[in-house]
Design a protein around this ligand. Structure first.
Ligand SMILES: [Zn+2]
Length: 108
């Protein structure tokens, strides 16, 4: 299965800096191989594992729930702490989802 480009890449117009992804990411698992993928799945579509030829099963939705300005799943390697409120936020966000303030640059 080929991963499609994120919805954000086709939604932002000229001059748009940050587009919000409106499609929900799902975690899918192949029962035959145990392989898992993250995908912005469309409701009603069947996604097939090319290795086994079997359809993927939906394991769960991936946080953050759509719509979200972040393209990153909630995993510790994609998180950083807001310098204002100390809450975790995805590394690809500029504004903290908890307090709404602009966070310092990553690594500063
Ligand atoms: Zn904050």
């Amino acid at each position: 299965m080929a991963l499609r480009s994120p919805a954000a890449s086709t939604r932002g117009g000229v001059g748009s800096i940050l587009a919000v992804s409106v499609r929900q990411k799902y975690r899918l698992r192949s029962p035959a191989t145990g392989r898992e993928i993250l995908l912005e799945a469309e409701p009603g579509e069947t996604y097939v594992d090319h290795e086994s030829g079997q359809p993927y099963e939906v394991v769960g939705k991936v946080l953050p729930l759509a719509p979200s300005p972040s393209q990153l799943p909630w995993a510790v390697e994609y998180l950083r702490m807001c310098n204002w409120c100390g809450q975790f936020a995805q590394r690809d966000l500029n504004d903290c989802p908890s307090c709404g303030r602009r966070m310092a640059a990553v690594g500063s």
